[in-house]
Design a protein around this ligand. Structure first.
Ligand SMILES: Cc1ncc(COP(=O)(O)O)c(C=O)c1O
Length: 365
């Protein structure tokens, strides 16, 4: 008899990460490679965070604080929340992994948009749940009405991603309010706000204000994006004490490293870095928009640090062509958007190199 894996794994493909720079350099013999594929902060992180991590290097033999106490208190103070309303994970990925473990029994349903962040689907399935995927509307925005129509007695979770990855599109406060009003109390709604700090529009929801009104929401934020700490792996959830206490039951004790805790705590003290990151992203997004306009390429309005652009050709081919020119982007076929590319908004010179390579590729066909 052969080894029998879990049935749930038959419909799960391993996550395809953006290629690392060193691998592309080695494979293609390129000296200079620019990675605009994983929505990382091109400015790195705050020097305060770096110093804090260096300090932790003096005590590598000690386990981290299992409760992230210093960070918890600092963040709670900053957000005017109780420390017990916060929950930390190894990236928000780590929390997305734990949420279905806390809520999904076999054959329970979870509603999510398609395309959206792929780990909602993977982790729901791993817990034995059934994924109800709702396509984005024709303009690539969330179809909240269609999501609401799918709610039934088996629904346990709804995964919302605002702004959405991979499209960068957002729904408004008004839309979110109307949606949440219609969701029954027994359904938990996850509001993944990984790109919260990059949002420029003022009709974006301020979900923290909803915590008193709804007992069924979990807000997710991360230190990987604007704070530039993707390598440290730290994200957090904000909810009520009851939900957090159940999430605590599925968490492994030392899931957030000391480096991550120290770096995140120090980052909270550096508003200048955050502001500079926001402004750099906004400026370079406008540069990309204006170049796409000149090239006659359609793009989606983004409230994140990436832009989805329709290159009207096979994204697989354009991805390969750009790769050979030393530019790594994210091809849309991975998300069922075959002629689109998702490009992270890098430094101005990186965006310029990308545009140059894109023009060469587009003109060559
Ligand atoms: C929408 C969304 N959620 C969650 C994550 C996970 O981020 P991390 O695990 O680095 O916090 C990402 C990363 O790209 C994302 O785009």
């Amino acid at each position: 008899m052969s080894i029998r894996f879990r049935d749930a794994l038959n419909s799960i493909a391993p996550y395809v990460p953006g290629k690392p720079i060193s691998e592309v350099q080695r494979e293609l013999g390129l000296e200079k490679v620019i990675k605009l594929a994983s929505n990382e902060n091109p400015l790195g992180c705050s020097s305060k965070a770096k110093d804090a991590m260096m300090e932790v290097m003096n005590t590598p033999g000690l386990y981290p604080d299992a409760n992230s106490t210093e960070l918890r208190n600092a963040l709670a103070k900053k957000m005017k929340l109780k420390p017990e309303q916060l929950f930390f994970g190894a990236g928000s990925d780590g929390i997305i992994e734990m949420i279905p473990k806390a809520f999904i029994d076999p054959d329970d349903e979870a509603i999510m948009a398609v395309p959206s962040f792929p780990l909602y689907e993977t982790n729901t399935k791993l817990a034995g749940g059934i994924c109800i995927g709702i396509p984005l509307d024709k303009d690539y925005f969330f179809d909240l009405d269609a999501m609401e129509e799918k709610i039934n007695d088996k629904t346990k979770l709804i995964w919302l991603c605002n702004p959405n990855n991979p499209t960068g599109t957002m729904y408004t406060k008004e839309q979110q309010d109307a949606f949440l009003e219609k969701v029954p109390d027994h359904v938990v709604v996850v509001l993944d706000e990984a790109y919260y700090e990059y949002v420029t529009r003022d009709d974006y929801p301020e979900s923290l204000q909803l915590l008193d009104k709804y007992n069924n929401i979990i807000i997710l934020r991360t230190f990987s994006k604007i704070y530039g700490l993707a390598s440290a792996r730290i994200g957090y959830a904000i909810s009520n004490e009851k939900i957090i206490s159940y999430l605590e039951r599925v968490r492994s004790p030392f899931n957030v490293s000391s480096y991550a805790q120290a770096a995140a705590t120090a980052s909270l003290e550096d508003d200048t870095f955050k502001k500079t990151s926001y402004l750099t992203n906004k400026e370079n997004k406008e540069y990309l928009y204006s170049t796409f306009d000149k090239l006659g390429l359609v793009y989606l309005p983004s409230e994140t640090n990436f832009v989805m652009v329709n290159v009207n050709r096979s994204s697989k081919e354009v991805f390969q062509s750009l790769l050979h020119k030393g530019i790594i982007v994210r091809p849309g076929y991975l998300y069922g958007m075959d002629t689109w590319l998702r490009v992270t908004i890098g430094l101005r010179e990186e965006c310029e190199e990308f545009v140059k390579a894109l023009k060469e590729t587009v003109n060559n066909k």
